[in-house]
Design a protein around this ligand. Structure first.
Ligand code: PEP
Length: 242
């Protein structure tokens, strides 16, 4: 059975004072066979990782090399050194804002593995690609090009995040999610790799999303910033069929 994961992506949000919110998430997490991961900005990784056991901590990006002259970047080794166990790679905001290609993502995944991190690899189609009927072709190409050889369930989690659903409040329908997840599952190099859905997941739609076959959890942006809402999403995942 794939692992079940609720991962929170805090993006560029979170100050020291917000560690209290993470504490509240940690108090309510750690039940029902659901792995909970919080990915705060890099400034909070070390502080969060030393704070609790029930929630794993992840970075939101890493450089493809372990060290060197890359001002402003952070390496996978540094994230691991700060206590992270996961790193989000290939998020659509990085693919868009930093022009990251799937080849760039694959190089970062290799760096994450070398540092002992599990990579949460994001992929998803734009609205124009969906409207053109290219969704399955686009996500299949992103999957093939973003995963280095040897990807397995211990070292990779894949998050399907339709770009048009991220931060928009427009969630993909269960049928849309199901079609993409079934397609991706058949293409995964290890059938046990967890497949997450991401894109406007909220307490009100989580149970419907987790009822979709082949959905093993969620990557949650906005709704992971507040403990109450994120804990409701985690509870919905714990209550869903394994
Ligand atoms: C995300 O950042 O990966 C995301 C899915 O954001 P949101 O839940 O806010 O749509």
């Amino acid at each position: 059975m794939p692992r079940r994961i609720a991962a929170g992506n805090w993006k560029m949000n979170g100050l020291i004072a917000d560690l209290a919110e993470a504490d509240a998430i940690a108090v309510g997490a750690g039940h029902g066979g659901v792995e909970v991961v919080l990915c705060p900005p890099a400034t909070l990784v070390a502080a969060m990782a030393g704070r609790f056991e029930s929630v794993a901590v992840g970075g939101q990006d890493c450089h493809a090399t372990a060290a060197g002259a890359h001002t402003g970047d952070i390496s996978a080794r540094m994230l691991a050194d700060a206590g992270a166990r996961f790193v989000i790679l290939g998020h659509s905001e990085r693919r868009r804002d930093h022009r990251e290609t799937s080849a760039d993502v694959a190089a970062k995944v290799s760096a994450a593995w070398a540092a002992g991190l599990c990579a949460i690899v994001c992929l998803g189609e734009t609205e124009a690609e969906r409207d053109a009927g290219r969704t399955l072709e686009v996500v299949a190409a992103q999957l093939a090009q973003s995963l280095p050889p040897g990807a397995d369930a211990a070292h990779v989690v894949v998050a399907y995040e339709p770009v048009w659903a991220i931060g928009t409040g427009r969630v993909a329908s269960p049928a849309e999610i199901g079609a993409v997840h079934a397609h991706l599952r058949a293409l995964l190099p290890d059938p046990e790799i967890a497949l997450l859905y991401g894109g406007s997941v909220a307490p009100g739609n989580a149970a419907d999303i987790f009822a979709v076959p082949e959905v093993n959890g969620a990557l949650v942006g906005g709704a992971s910033l507040k403990a109450q809402g994120f804990l409701e999403i985690i509870a919905a995942l714990a209550a869903a069929r394994p």
